[in-house]
Design a protein around this ligand. Structure first.
Ligand SMILES: Cc1cc2nc3c(=O)[nH]c(=O)nc-3n(C[C@H](O)[C@H](O)[C@H](O)COP(=O)(O)OP(=O)(O)OC[C@H]3O[C@@H](n4cnc5c(N)ncnc54)[C@H](O)[C@@H]3O)c2cc1C
Length: 487
């Protein structure tokens, strides 16, 4: 195998998600270009096939469940009679499968593309091996994404478990589900399965859920979760085993050392402990492409790897693993690699959201980082509760807030953090201002916001800027009664 000269292409793309924008731009510039497009998984990338889109197709019905449950607060006597999990799953597939098929058709019928559904590995500089053949190009674009991390837990390999890739194949609702992990994928699936009717236990290693969020944001989500599911934080899954009854048994220990290990029996186990590089398959080092100590591909500010002619983008470079960031990278790559520009990527305002109930969104620096950047004398903090706004009151909100961080004097926005309905939409005006030359909060402070809309929560947070004071930050109440095994 892999004998003979390698087949030459004008360009090679690894991955078929965001990197495809680069492929399209090459073809637009040269309609005769021959490009090898490689993806070992269904075409379209992680976002479409097993990430953002399918998960959000599932999360919206979960939000509907939570709204119906609150209907009587508004004098509407609706009862939730049944949730048809198979229908919810089928609806998700009905959204993504036709798109995947359309993309497959596009890839296989294009005269510009040689589409390979194979795992590719570099075997020499600029040369990849896949499915018994070798291909070569002086221009290679790596959009190889990331993959779920499988933790080293004794017994796990012999047990059955799901990841965010395989959970989408479920056709029956697990009665009891353990989710190992406390980040956004774990929390989004916890919200989904709990709303569908599973008895969910989230097992996080960190002291709080969503550890990258502001502590008070984590606390808000945890408080809401504790009314619907179990949250065990600061814990370690020591062992996984299959019982004689076909259940999965987890042995879980408090990481602080308190108490005896506890055991938990569930019908399904979902692992969501993080994402890792896919370079263990690709071996970019064989082509002179350096990776960091974790295996993420190293690029400079122009998205060039250490090997001239080879570029990387998106999750593969290990920073801000979001689809909008991968798309942004692709737009920069098109300009730098194909149009001769030298534009540096700018990640100072990469927004993010967690589509739980309540929803979370943020952009820019957190309070600790803002403090480190401007110092205590120059930091202003503004906060407004959703419940203070007329729209929030109409929606019966009793929790949720916006917190904004601004530099004194210049009114330069440093960061914004929201937890509450439509947080992902509400943060957007801050993202926009963070992309202006002076990043000033003045347009929000001086401008008008529609009354009575939820956007007043952002407006009023900026209207109430006060000097930062050291205050004891509320920690997440994952362990409200003490001890990690609350709920
Ligand atoms: C459950 C989940 C929910 C998410 N939700 C959101 C969200 O709400 N919002 C958001 O912004 N982001 C979300 N993301 C993240 C988002 O999906 C990714 O950031 C984005 O898809 C990365 O795009 P990419 O172009 O870097 O890689 P992609 O093109 O999407 O993936 C790379 C592809 O390359 C393939 N590949 C890798 N190595 C090789 C190889 N050696 N040979 C052949 N093929 C290879 C992979 O199998 C994969 O199909 C979510 C992710 C997950 C898992």
């Amino acid at each position: 195998m892999e004998e003979g000269p390698a087949e030459e292409f004008d360009a090679i793309a690894v991955g078929s998600g965001s990197v495809y924008a680069v492929v399209e731009a090459i073809i637009e510039g040269n309609p005769r270009a021959r490009i090898a497009l490689i993806d070992k998984d269904p075409p379209g990338g992680i976002c479409l096939t097993r990430g953002c889109i399918p998960s959000k197709m599932l999360l919206y019905p979960a939000d509907v469940v939570r709204l119906i449950e609150r209907a009587s607060e508004f004098g509407i006597h609706a009862t939730l009679e049944e949730v048809s999990f198979p229908t919810v799953m089928r609806r998700m597939r009905a959204r993504i499968d036709p798109d995947i098929e359309r993309i497959r058709q596009e890839f296989t019928t294009s005269s510009n593309l040689a589409y390979f559904r194979e795992a590719a590995s570099f075997v020499a500089p600029f040369t990849l091996a896949l499915g018994g053949r070798r291909i070569r190009s002086a221009r290679i674009f790596i959009g190889a994404g990331s993959q779920p991390t499988i933790p080293l837990i004794p017994g796990l390999a012999e047990s059955h478990f799901l990841t965010s890739d395989t959970v989408l194949d479920l056709t029956e609702l697990p009665r009891r589900l353990a989710i190992v992990g406390g980040g956004y994928i774990a929390c989004e699936y916890a919200h989904f399965f709990a709303a569908m009717g599973s008895k969910v236990t989230v097992l996080g290693r960190n002291r709080r859920l969503l550890p990258r969020e502001e502590p008070e944001v984590s606390a808000e989500v945890t408080r809401a979760f504790l009314t619907r599911l179990r949250v065990w934080t600061n814990c370690e899954v020591e062992r996984v085993e299959r019982t004689a009854q076909g259940e999965t048994r987890l042995t879980v220990r408090d990481r602080s050392g308190a108490g005896d290990p506890r055991s938990l029996e569930v019908d399904e186990l979902l692992l969501a402990v993080g994402r890792e590089p896919t370079t263990g398959i690709l071996h970019p080092e064989r082509s002179g492409v350096l990776t960091d100590e974790k295996g993420w591909i190293r690029v400079n500010a122009h998205l060039e790897t250490s090997q001239p002619g080879i570029w990387a983008l998106g999750d593969a470079i290990g920073e801000h693993l979001y689809k909008h960031k991968a798309n942004y990278d692709a737009s920069i790559l098109v300009r730098n690699a194909l149009r001769g520009d030298r534009i540096a990527v700018d990640y100072h305002a990469v927004p993010h959201a967690v589509f739980t109930e309540p929803e979370v969104a943020g952009v820019g620096l957190g309070e600790a980082a803002a403090l480190a950047e401007v110092g205590p004398d120059r930091l202003l903090v503004g906060r407004c509760e959703f419940a203070e706004t007329a729209k929030g009151q109409a929606m019966g909100l009793t929790s949720g807030f916006a917190k904004v961080l601004v530099e004194k004097g210049t009114l330069r926005i440093l960061g914004a953090h929201l937890v509450g309905p439509h947080a992902s939409l509400l943060v957007q005006e801050v993202v926009t201002l963070l992309n202006t030359p002076d990043r000033s909060a003045k347009p929000i402070i001086d401008g008008m916001h529609i009354h009575p809309a939820l956007s007043e929560v952002v407006d009023w947070a900026f209207d109430r800027l006060e000097p930062w004071t050291p205050s004891k930050k509320e920690d997440a109440p994952a362990t409200p009664a003490g001890g990690p095994f609350a709920g």
